[in-house]
Design a protein around this ligand. Structure first.
Ligand code: ZN
Length: 72
């Protein structure tokens, strides 16, 4: 899946940002989101970054802010 090695100057942060944005779009496309809310109203508090941005993606609790993910 990943093509590590082809891009020698890849920026992890930028890559993670893109990943999180994609995940966030994926989540928001499944339900009606609050336009005035930064994160989905169903998001819960992330214990890592202390931001209420953790959503359930395919049974994986994923933080849309820092990228912390826990699959159960
Ligand atoms: Zn977090």
């Amino acid at each position: 899946m990943k093509t590590i090695g082809m891009l020698e100057s890849a920026e992890p942060d930028q890559h993670q940002q893109a990943f999180l944005q994609e995940k966030r779009r994926e989540f928001e496309s499944r339900q009606v989101s609050e336009p005035d809310d930064d994160y989905p109203s169903s998001a819960i508090l992330c214990k890592k970054c202390q931001t209420r941005a953790v959503v359930n993606l395919d049974n994986c609790l994923t933080c849309l802010n820092c990228g912390e993910s826990k699959c159960s």
